[in-house]
Design a protein around this ligand. Structure first.
Ligand SMILES: [Ca+2]
Ligand SMILES: [Ca+2]
Length: 127
């Protein structure tokens, strides 16, 4: 009997309070990347879970913003440039995660665009 490799499963619980988290596939399926601070260039960062060797930048298909005190913006280019979308922190409600970037993500002037495999940097903002 051949052993099969278990499929990667969705794991939104990987995202800790205070982090913004990105997953390589739809529905929070790893590779996974979670950060408390600012990533200026995800194109140089590799997925930390799931045995994936690809880079995070231009590769995330689902995400969550679990800020404690602040909201977060995710940008299409490095160094917080280009189009972006926003997540509220969960404590103030509204949109704070999205299982499918391709049909839009978060909120803001560019939220309705196709965000699949596009995010490359983030910035927290407190308001
Ligand atoms: Ca992807
Ligand atoms: Ca979506």
């Amino acid at each position: 009997m051949a052993l099969s490799t278990a499929p990667a499963s969705a794991d939104l619980s990987q995202c800790a309070p205070g982090q913004v988290c990105l997953w390589e596939d739809d529905s929070y399926v790893p590779g996974y990347y979670g950060i408390y601070g600012t990533a200026n260039n995800m194109d140089a960062v590799r997925w930390s879970v799931g045995g994936r060797s690809a880079f995070v930048g231009n590769n995330s298909s689902s995400s969550a913003g679990y800020g404690n005190e602040c909201n977060v913006s995710l940008y299409e280019s490095a160094n917080q440039s280009g189009h972006y979308f926003n997540y509220h922190r969960p404590s103030i409600g509204g949109t704070y995660r999205d299982p499918n970037h391709s049909n839009g993500a978060g909120w803001g002037p560019y939220a309705a665009e196709d965000w699949d495999n596009r995010v490359s940097s983030n910035r927290w903002y407190c308001a």
